[in-house]
Write a protein that binds this ligand. Structure first.
Ligand SMILES: [Zn+2]
Ligand SMILES: [Zn+2]
Length: 302
């Protein structure tokens, strides 16, 4: 059984789910951001502008990106939604990324809190993820309160290079231990005030090359996240999980509790894990290469 669609049968599209232009606090104009991602070899990107009122870093309206679409490049209408009620961050604001958002989606008011705002974004059809949990110190109580989101950023590139707080592993695994069927994403959160583009992305196995199909594949978890490593095959037969990747040093499988399985070596490209050796009702795979670059599978539920 294929845990990710085979690259022979389905096309994979490379995309950034989280980034900013000068519609909010990015340095470049929207069309300049698109050109940067086209030059980096991406197939799609998202201008997930800060949606909040009365602040310089944000805009009160979702950016309409319809006129930025091209035959071979898609821009998915998006926003980074804010609302009040977050602990441990100076302005008390939550950060929630919504991809595939209707452009008439309204800014939260002073009373709306993160669980309700996320539900409103899900109901509008968006793919909704919890942004940079490590960077702004999402507490375990907070992450449980928003676990109806589709996913969590397991990697946010700008938080990694600006604060060395770019990962979301602890949040992801805590939610999985609590039986929350959460997905994971790697993103740039690019603002172009420094070289912050092309650091974290998703590779989406989409039936067709259009916004609807990409969003459907994201919601179904038919993608992997990467900072430079490729997952070429991810399959399971009986209780054996097979992973084939670009050359790496560590291929790991984790599940419930503290136990893990791993294959380690120089330039390894394959690992086979026997699930009989790990007592778990879910697992996920992480691959690290000799440059410290990663790939992450989504969690698989048994
Ligand atoms: Zn943010
Ligand atoms: Zn952002």
């Amino acid at each position: 059984m294929d845990l990710l669609p085979s690259k022979n049968s389905t096309s994979y599209y490379k995309g950034n789910l989280h980034g900013h232009s000068n519609h909010s606090d990015g340095a470049l104009k929207p069309n300049e951001v698109i050109n940067e991602y086209k030059n980096l070899g991406y197939d799609f990107t998202c201008l997930s502008e800060h949606l909040w009122k009365g602040e310089k870093f944000a805009n009160e309206v979702v950016l309409d990106t319809t006129n930025l679409n091209e035959n071979n490049f898609i821009v998915i209408p998006s926003a980074e939604l804010h609302c009040k009620g977050k602990q441990y961050v100076n302005n008390g604001l939550w950060h929630i990324v919504a991809n595939g958002l209707p452009v008439d989606f309204t800014c939260a008011d002073d009373k709306e809190r993160a669980p309700e705002m996320i539900q409103r974004a899900i109901d509008s059809g968006a793919f909704v993820t919890i942004a940079h949990p490590e960077w702004y110190k999402l507490t375990f109580d907070e992450c449980i309160s928003v676990s109806h989101a589709h996913g969590v950023e397991i990697y946010n590139h700008s938080c990694h290079i600006e604060a060395a707080r770019g990962f979301g592993t602890a949040t992801v695994d805590y939610l999985l231990e609590e039986n929350k069927k959460i997905l994971l994403t790697a993103t740039d959160d690019s603002h172009f005030r420094m070289a912050d583009a092309g650091g974290g992305w998703v590779m989406v196995a989409s039936e067709n090359f259009n916004e609807r199909s990409i969003l459907d594949a994201l919601k179904m978890g038919k993608y992997y996240s990467s900072t430079g490593v490729d997952i070429l095959k991810f399959e399971m037969q009986n209780n054996l999980v097979k992973v084939v990747s670009s050359p790496a040093e560590h291929i790991t499988l984790v599940g419930q509790g503290a136990r893990s399985l791993s294959e380690n070596g120089n330039n390894i490209t394959e690992a086979i894990f026997d699930l009989n050796n790990i007592d778990t009702n879910w697992f996920r795979v992480t691959i690290i290469d000799n440059f410290g670059r990663f790939a992450w599978s989504n969690p698989i539920w048994l």
